[in-house]
Structures are given as structure tokens and as C-alpha cells.
Design a protein around this ligand. Structure first.
Ligand code: AMP
Ligand code: GLY
Length: 423
């Protein structure tokens, strides 16, 4: 099979790395890809959210399966376009991608299908939103409805902050049209985890759990980011938590989407709060997490291609089960100085081959570019991912940081405490 991988980050490099190991793969094209992926497949300069351009590329290249990394192309209808061309797509249609692209859609869906989530209300005007805040207890959770790159959520400790967030989103359009509507929901105490399930429109298969670190700096300080590191498995996600999440979140979602006429194919990523009364859904994403994906795929002890193809073509129930290396894996994200507000790009990165030679370590490119002078330079906010597997979590962490320290990149930084909460 000839594959098209859509995206340019560490998640897509990890997908390419894992899929390239499959004996069933004859070639990999990536759009737009990155210098890490370029060592595995051919990169074509089509933007990751250009649904029309990507569909045309898939047709031109006679692609057998399109694997979509980021949400943009899904929300723009890439899977719908590929369906009309008869090209299987690992990733949901535009209608099914609303599970990520609209929080209001998802909350209503949860109510209709009995999926546990925080109590909420949806508003498009500030007066009613603030009146509702007056009836709730702090902390207040205020979310922009649409896609806001993980930044559209405000947790406000006081009424004043909450009112301000409402004004910022609804009046001042801090998140643009993504903030035309807001969701106000109750705060859920508990421990957070990311759970993944492959879905084929009818059924779902659990694909592992991870914990992410969203804040930029050690000790969960600083601004929110796309994710500064992850580890898997997540100790809080016991077998009982998995069974409960399949029973009360994933399976009802796949069945509910099918019943509503928008079957979900691809990977469903549930951000859940593990509470005393079982798991509650915080949000869905309709794609793999980044960097959770790198950590999960490092542990996958099976050919990834057949299961992605089965999910894309509605045949998951007859696919081989997913087998995971029981050993833990951890991913440390190296970001450019200034990330997330204003990452400084262009700084030179050296020492990757030496770092990648460390035992148990894989290095994925996230935001790099290779210039004509042959130099590798920072070209984004999150720039490199160092993923390591170890006999135990402490061992995986030690290996990851030993490799991080072998990278010569003064223009970058990373958190030094990835995974330490689980130790
Ligand atoms: P989201 O983009 O919906 O995942 O929200 C971003 C982050 O805000 C989550 O990862 C949680 O840490 C936090 N969060 C969102 N909703 C809630 C909630 N209802 N209760 C507590 N924390 C929340
Ligand atoms: N790391 C969180 C995300 O991919 O949304």
C-alpha cells in the first residue's frame, strides 16, 4: 500500500516511522511533512489543512490509504472529499469531526447519548452567560466553542475573572469565530488522562492511554501549550478505568454517531477526568494527541497499518488485536526559546545522530527545517521530540534526558520534570 500522511509535526513523524516498519507498505508520501519524515518518505508541499489540495494529491499519487494527523483538514472535509474519490481515509468526515471542532455539539451529543461529562450550558450572549455564572460555584470553566489550538479554555477562580473571560471571548473575539459561542461548565476535580480508541464507524478498540503536560514550565507553571511531554501507560488509567471508559464513553459515542448518521472513523482521543464516580469526558479530539501519539506508538508491538486500514474501512472487528510493550515510554518535547507566545526560529540544531544513538531512544522532528547549507534549524514552536522506552518509568525518563542532553541546541528548552508526577 502506498500511504499519504497528512501533517508536519512529531506526531506525523512517529506515524511515518511506525508505518514504514510495515511489510505491507510500498511507499510513503507526506504533506507537507518535515525533515525527519523526509528521511522515510517523500514530502510534498501541500498544507495540512488544504482539503482540496490534499485530495487532489492523493488521487494523483494513487494513494491506498490517507492517514490524517492534525484536525484542520478533517474539519475542512478531507475525508468527505476522499470518500467521493474512493480513497480510504483514517480520519473522520467533517460531520463526525464536530466531536472536536464544536464543543457545544459534543456537549449536546453527550446529553443525548448519556455520556458522562460536566454539567454545562451554551451561550452566544454575554448577559445570559454572566447570569448563569451567578448560579454556579467557582472555579468556573469557560470554553470557546470552536477550534482554538488548545488555548480556548479559561479556568477562572473568581467571578471577576470569569466575567472577563466571557467578554474576551464573546465581545472581543479573542479566539475569532471559534468564540461565537461559549460553553460554561462545572469544574471537575480529579486526575486527567488521555485515552485513545480506534473507531471504524461501528465499533471501537482501545488503543492506550497517556498523560500529557500542558503547561510550558516545570511544576506545571507558565502558559498552556500544545503539550510539553507525555508518558504511557498512565498509572491512573487502570484496567477498571479502561473498561469503564469503553463502556460509558467510547462505545456509546461510536454507536451514537452512527445512529445520528455521522459514523466516526479514525482515532477518538478522549480527555477524561478520572473521578470517584468514574471517568467523565472533558473533551474529544478526533485525531491522535501530539506528543501522546509518539509515546503510544513507541510502545505498540504490532503492525500499525492493518488496524488503521481496518478503522478506515469499517473492518476493525476482524482486525488483529493491538499488542503493546508493557514497558513505559516517555516523550520530552524540546521547544524553541519563547514558545508558546513568540518562539524564536532559525537557531541551529546539532548532535541529533549522537542523541538518537542512545539505547531505547527515538527522535522525532516536530518543527525543524533543513536549509540549503545542510544545517538543521528550528522552524516552529515545538521543534523536537525525544521518546524513550525503559524497564520502568524512571529508566525511560533517564534515557530520554540523557539523549536530550546530547542534543546541541542552545536555542531550545524543555521541561525537566516530564513523568515525575507518576514516579
Ligand atoms: P480542553 O481543551 O477542553 O481539554 O480543556 C483544556 C484543559 O482545561 C483540560 O485539559 C483540563 O486540564 C482543563 N479543563 C477543561 N474542562 C475542565 C473541567 N470541566 N474541569 C476541570 N478542568 C477542566
Ligand atoms: N497534546 C494534546 C493534544 O494533542 O491535543
Amino acid at each position: 500500500m502506498k500511504l499519504l500522511i497528512v501533517g508536519a509535526g512529531g506526531r506525523e513523524h512517529a506515524l511515518a516511522w511506525k508505518l514504514a516498519q510495515s511489510p505491507l507498505v510500498s511507499g510513503i508520501v507526506a504533506a507537507p511533512g518535515n525533515p525527519g519524515i523526509a528521511a522515510i518518505g517523500r514530502c510534498v508541499n501541500v498544507a495540512a489543512d488544504d482539503a482540496a489540495g490534499l485530495a487532489a494529491l492523493a488521487a494523483r499519487e494513487t494513494i491506498d490509504l490517507v492517514v490524517v494527523g492534525p484536525e484542520g483538514a478533517l474539519a475542512a472535509g478531507l475525508a468527505d472529499r476522499l470518500a467521493t474519490l474512493g480513497i480510504p481515509c483514517f480520519g473522520p468526515t467533517q460531520a463526525a469531526a464536530q466531536l472536536e471542532s464544536s464543543k457545544a455539539f459534543t456537549k449536546d451529543f453527550c446529553v443525548r447519548h448519556g455520556i458522562p461529562t460536566a454539567d454545562f450550558k451554551v451561550f452566544d450572549d454575554a448577559i445570559h452567560a454572566k447570569a448563569y455564572l451567578g448560579t454556579r460555584e467557582p472555579p468556573f470553566v469557560i470554553k470557546a466553542d470552536g477550534l482554538a489550538a488548545g488555548k480556548g479554555v479559561v479556568i477562572a477562580e473568581t467571578r471577576r475573572e470569569a466575567d472577563e473571560a466571557v467578554d474576551q471571548i464573546l465581545f472581543l473575539r479573542k479566539f475569532g469565530t471559534a468564540g461565537q459561542r461559549i460553553v460554561i461548565e462545572d469544574f471537575l476535580p480529579g486526575e486527567e488522562a488521555s485515552l485513545f480508541a480506534l473507531c471504524d464507524g461501528e465499533t471501537a478498540v482501545f488503543m492506550g492511554a497517556a498523560q500529557d503536560h500542558k503547561r510550558a514550565f516545570d511544576g506545571d507553571k507558565g502558559p498552556n501549550t500544545g503539550g510539553m511531554g507525555a508518558y504511557s501507560p498512565a498509572p491512573v488509567v487502570t484496567d477498571a478505568v479502561i473498561a469503564d471508559a469503553m463502556e460509558r464513553i467510547f462505545l456509546p459515542t461510536v454507536r451514537g454517531m452512527a445512529a445520528d448518521g455521522a459514523p466516526f472513523r479514525g482515532v477518538l482521543f478522549a480527555g477524561v477526568m478520572v473521578t470517584a464516580e468514574g471517568s467523565k469526558l472533558i473533551e474529544f479530539n478526533t485525531r491522535f494527541g501530539d506528543p501522546e501519539c509518539q509515546t503510544l506508538l513507541r510502545r505498540l508491538d504490532a503492525d500499525l497499518l492493518p488496524v488503521l486500514h481496518a478503522a478506515a474501512t469499517g473492518t476493525l472487528s476482524s482486525a488483529a488485536p493491538l499488542v503493546f510493550d508493557p514497558r513505559p515510554a516517555v516523550t520530552v518535547v524540546l521547544a524553541a526559546q519563547g514558545y508558546p507566545e513568540a518562539p524564536l526560529t532559525g537557531s541551529i540544531i546539532r548532535g541529533l545522530p549522537e542523541a538518537a544513538a542512545h539505547e531505547g531512544v527515538e527522535i522525532f522532528h516536530a518543527g525543524t527545517r533543513r536549509d540549503e547549507d545542510g544545517m538543521l534549524r528550528a522552524a516552529g514552536g515545538r521543534v523536537l521530540n525525544v521518546t524513550a522506552v525503559g524497564d520502568d518509568l524512571a529508566g525511560a525518563i533517564a534515557r530520554a534526558y540523557a539523549a536530550v542532553d546530547a542534543i546541541d541546541w542552545p536555542g531550545g528548552f524543555c521541561r525537566r520534570d516530564i513523568g515525575w508526577r507518576a514516579l
